[in-house]
Design a protein around this ligand. Sequence first.
Ligand code: AMP
Ligand code: MG
Length: 417
Amino acid sequence: MSKNIKNSCINEFDSNALDETQALKLILQSITSSMGCETVDIKNALGRVLYQNIKSKINIPSFKNSAMDGYAVNINNLKKNNYSLTQVATSFAGKSYDKKLTPKETVKVMTGALIPSNADAVIMKEMTTSNGKEIKFKRNIKKNQNIRFVGEDIKKSSIVLKKGDAINYINLSILSSIGIKKIKVFKKPVISFFSTGDELISINKKLTKGKIYDSNRYLLHGLLSDLPVIINDMGVVVDKEHVIIKKFKECAKISNLIITTGGVSVGDADYIRDALNKIGKINFWKIAIKPGRPLAYGKISKSFFFGLPGNPVSAAVTFELFVIPAINKILGLKQKIKLIIKAKTISEIKKKKGRVEYKRACLMQNEKGSFVKISGLQGSNILTSLSKANCYIRLSSNVSIVKKNSVVDVIPFSEKI
Ligand code: AMP
Ligand code: MG
């Protein structure tokens, strides 16, 4: 943990809650990615993070070729021959005709086919008429039309992808187009998580009075599944300090990141802080957001640690706000821009001043613009309003009641949710 974090930490007795931006800054400052690299076939690289810059050894296109099915011409020859030329050959994609055009010649070309080096235009087949081998052209021809030039997409020796880029399907296409089969990517970090709470029982057991099913581990599993990480589900742990400590030690041996839910607040059964004070370096923050106020962040041996609140919606929100950027940093990934949309509220929204609120909401877009309404009850235990939502409305700390027809900031959920 960096000195910076330790010093700027607001401890649990401080009534001032920490601003979310400040908390995120402190978290990111403390993380340096120490993940090594491994070489993978590009077919297995989807979602992985590049460990190296990728330079192209070739130009793309690597030869001058046609963007259309048509005829390759030299415009001067065309003018001299009153816009009529003789077809002397056909050049196919992959079966090239590469002789120069003589003054009366044109070559029929297919899309992607190499064109004669002295051709300076390709005319679409549909814009010509033919009488056997004699091809007649119209007069409105522009120099270089329908020609794909060498290196117009990728220049030889240029860097096409950078260290820290995530490999998506577009990048797979780029890598293969320049003939790269294997790449170096950051190794996958191990992320271990467990739920804490005496009330929790696993979903294969019978529900008894006062108990609830543990949903947070499934939430975390879902949130982590799309990331290039190794997921290590460590189960449910009871609210007992020594049991939590034992589990932490077990996790710390193998994990780059440990996440827990529950037990970070000030309740009589909240033991995460006691456990961590004994074996790790931890900051407990009250963050000025709703949902998701209590949050623990720090380190146990070499593992980074997040103690998320137990309420499922608070866990989901704090995961999105703090854990995702932290994982991105561990992964060596460049931080992504968060898409924010302006939308009009369909009805009034209630809020108290003093902390940022993330309201679960539904965003709709039509020809009149973007509109948003809250998706149901907003208690941090209410999962159904999260399930109905497709976005959060972010309301700043100084905002109180938001009137109908006000313009608000909306953060759409990623499509995968
Ligand atoms: P805590 O943060 O431990 O005080 O828990 C806050 C609320 O979240 C309580 O109502 C807990 O029962 C609930 N909760 C804690 N952990 C889980 C979990 N894994 N799954 C579902 N609800 C939970
Ligand atoms: Mg609890």
